[in-house]
Design a protein around this ligand. Sequence first.
Ligand code: ZN
Length: 145
Amino acid sequence: MAIPRIAQIQLTSLHRRQLYGIRGRALPHEACALLLGRYIEKELIARVIRITEAENIARSISSFEIDPELQYCILMAAAKEGLEQVGIYHSHPAPPTPSASDLEFMEFNPCVWIIDGIQKKRFRMKAYQLWQGFLISVEIKQYQL
Ligand code: ZN
């Protein structure tokens, strides 16, 4: 299925806390996780239902890599529950803007990318989608299950 254009990604407060934990465990390396959920296409919304931590096999402070076999297994299991990958999360020891290599990978993974980076000395999450060659900001909104 083609990935739709998304204007808003929805997370619960628990998801946020889970991501903070994933980020902390990976330090000093970049952390990464797959955001599984559903698209509400008509409203341009991606709703996260479940988050799966994925080890950064690059073990790097400036890039991340998810084992493609692990990713495949996670996505197959998610599909059985009717969930798909709606986003990718990773952290930066730098501002939350896509790096040159992020932009390259975003072309092949045009879902929503949440980047948790440092802005004014604090971590801050920003979301983007590379849509038909354009980098678009995606709103992050809290929802309740
Ligand atoms: Zn990055």
